[in-house]
Design a protein around this ligand. Structure first.
Ligand code: SF4
Length: 242
């Protein structure tokens, strides 16, 4: 009878060692225990407000956006109201945000499309959302999961960094990180895991100086196993942007 040979990978004494398995379930349970109430940080009352807030949040903090939107939404609660603004008038509401001129143009163009093609409603459809100016895959995921309850993982800088440090993903781009997370995380956990990874990235797994000594995920973290220096310099954001 032919003897079976063992397939191996990774070098150890001339032999290859298989990559260590990532304890996905345990990591998700720890995140759930640490952040049981994690949810969307953008204050909103309906899908339209979330859409506008999510467009504004690109390269701005949720806190800043939450400071700006109450007055904006009080004066302009619907796409029809926005369509009556000039770009300059909208810019005056949002000028604290980075890239506010571009965001003002995109929001006004998106509102015109909502009025002309969707009766002033935000579509619960990825392709339709991604056609709106200022809406990429991440923003569409934020709207789909938080406004419509569609399971989705929006990969922002925190999700990208923490998922790759932990070993939940091993990717160079947000898109690849999202695909890997969708394969490894059960579908029913996608939205919650996304919020919990963001909270962990903001509170513990900071971009420049991760607080590994405080981290409950440390025993299961691939980056921490590689050593503190590796954790401190580990992938910080898409394209190295923290
Ligand atoms: S152990 Fe360190 S690198 Fe790993 S998740 Fe925790 S804070 Fe981040």
């Amino acid at each position: 009878m032919k003897r079976r040979s063992h397939q191996v990978s990774g070098k150890a004494g001339g032999l290859e060692r298989p990559p260590r398995r990532i304890p996905v379930r345990r990591i998700l349970e720890t995140l759930a225990r640490c952040y049981p109430d994690a949810r969307c940080g953008l204050v909103h009352r309906n899908p339209f407000e979330l859409l506008v807030a999510a467009i504004l949040s690109a390269q701005s903090t949720d806190r800043l956006v939450n400071r700006i939107t109450p007055r904006l939404f009080a004066d302009c609660p619907t796409p029809a109201h926005f369509c009556r603004l000039t770009p300059g008038e909208l810019e005056a509401y949002i000028k604290e945000c980075g890239l506010y001129k571009i965001k003002a143009r995109n929001i006004l163009a998106a509102c015109r499309i909502l009025m002309e093609e969707y009766g002033g409603e935000v579509p619960a459809d990825r392709a339709a959302l991604e056609r709106l100016p200022g809406v990429g895959r991440k923003t569409a995921n934020v709207v789909l999961s938080n406004a419509f309850g569609v399971p989705a993982i929006a990969v922002d800088t925190h999700v990208f960094r923490v998922a790759n440090r932990l070993g939940l993903a091993e990717a160079r781009t947000p898109e690849e990180t999202e695909r890997q997370l969708m394969r490894r995380v059960p579908r029913e956990d996608w939205s919650a895991a996304h919020h919990r990874l963001i909270h962990h990235g903001r509170q513990v797994c900071l971009a420049r100086n991760p607080r590994c000594h405080l981290c409950e995920l440390r025993p299961d973290c691939r980056q921490a196993r590689a050593g503190p220096a590796a954790a401190a310099t580990g992938r910080s954001g898409p394209g190295g942007v923290p």
